[in-house]
Design a protein around this ligand. Structure first.
Ligand code: NAP
Ligand code: GDP
Length: 318
């Protein structure tokens, strides 16, 4: 990539988009580059005409495609049909507009929760389409899997370089801290904040036994900008911490409590679903490209996110 490039980031106001913006403004922007961070207020990407108008207005040379209907386990359980339809529409509109406008490269964002439910571990990039996803989020999963199918189709028929990355559970500043709709770490941070204020018990949903690999949004942002500049395959690449960094929900919750300084009662409410037990992903491919990449230690990243949430409580998404 050289100067003069215009990089359009769809979903630029979300968790991952804000992290990319922070790093670009602080250190990653190259001379002559223009970065455009879109929100839904710039146009509804489920609408083909609105999407075309955005591409017409900005004329990007490169796209990082993040915009999506996103949510934690409990939002997915309620809205599988919306997750399927909205994300199919957004992805098709963005990829087709990128094709029509001769965009040189698109990096889209999949997720490790789209892999088959019944699988061997660790999961790797070759296994995306190997069997049905977990029933809790099949709408989101099938819509995201189609991005990989579309990338291959644009490459085969039109010679396009559209690719995708597959992050594990992301968290960080600017996350969605809504306790019903959001992901587990921001949800638990919000609950811990309120429990500390009120003296009420802190409640962890499910058994606490499921395992997750968490990636800090600022680490993911750095890797996504690397992927945009250096990664030339159409095949996806998993962006994950090491398998040894996988933790239980119970242990992750304890890190949140330590970070916020909560000393009260902790309750496990297993009337709520556990979702997938684990989705342990291999980062061997990433390590072949970037053997020395240093991930922020989970405890430090949790502390930084809790500090951000407490400092920005009034304006944070919740
Ligand atoms: P997020 O915080 O919920 O942000 C979503 C972004 O998409 C926002 O900028 C939102 O705009 C925009 N958006 C949503 N619907 C739109 C529409 N119809 N038209 C235009 N823009 C729309 O999501 P995130 O966590 O940053 O996720 C970014 C990407 O990473 C997604 O593709 C997601 O599937 C993927 N991912 C996330 C996780 C995770 O744990 N969070 C894990 C793996 C993969 P507004 O701000 O204006 O609403
Ligand atoms: P997932 O990783 O795609 O399953 O989605 P989440 O980020 O929502 O994580 C869900 C896991 O965390 C499940 O095992 C839940 O039972 C557990 N969990 C525990 N407490 C909470 C909570 O307050 N919010 C959410 N979203 N999940 C929780």
């Amino acid at each position: 990539m050289s100067g003069g490039n215009i990089i359009l980031v769809t979903g630029g106001t979300g968790l991952v988009g804000k992290a990319i913006q922070t790093l670009v403004e602080k250190e990653l922007k190259r001379p002559g580059e223009t970065w455009v961070f879109l929100s839904s207020k710039d146009g509804d990407l489920t609408d083909p005409a609105a999407t075309r108008a955005i591409f017409e207005r900005h004329r990007p040379t490169h796209v990082i495609h993040l915009a999506a209907m996103v949510g934690g386990l409990f939002r997915n359980l309620r809205y599988n049909c919306d997750f399927l339809r909205k994300n199919i529409l957004i992805n098709d509109n963005v990829l087709e507009s990128a094709h029509q406008h001769d965009v040189q490269k698109v990096v889209s964002c999949l997720s490790t929760c789209i892999f088959p439910d019944k699988t061997s571990y660790p999961i790797d990039e070759t296994m995306v389409h190997n069997g049905p996803p977990h029933p809790s989020n099949f709408g989101y999963s099938h819509a995201k899997r189609l991005v990989d199918v579309q990338n291959r189709a644009y490459a085969q028929q039109h010679g396009r370089r559209f690719t995708s990355v597959i992050p594990t559970n992301v968290f960080g500043p600017h996350d969605n801290f809504n306790m019903q709709d959001g992901h587990v770490l921001p949800g638990l941070m919000h609950k811990a904040y309120l429990a500390k204020q009120s003296g009420e018990p802190f409640v962890i949903w499910g058994t606490g036994r499921p395992l997750r690999q968490f990636i800090y949004s600022l680490d993911l942002a750095r890797l996504m900008v690397w992927a945009l500049r250096e990664y030339t395959e159409v095949d996806p690449i998993i962006l994950s911490v090491d398998e040894s960094d996988e933790v239980s929900i119970r242990d992750a919750a304890q890190m949140v409590l330590d970070a916020i300084g909560f000393q009260g009662q902790v309750v496990q409410d297993d009337s709520h679903a556990d979702g997938q037990y684990k989705k342990t992903a291999s980062n061997a491919k990433l390590r072949r490209y970037l053997p020395d990449f240093q991930f922020t230690p989970l405890r430090q990243a949790v502390q930084e996110t809790v500090d951000w949430f407490v400092a920005n409580y009034d304006t944070a998404r919740k």
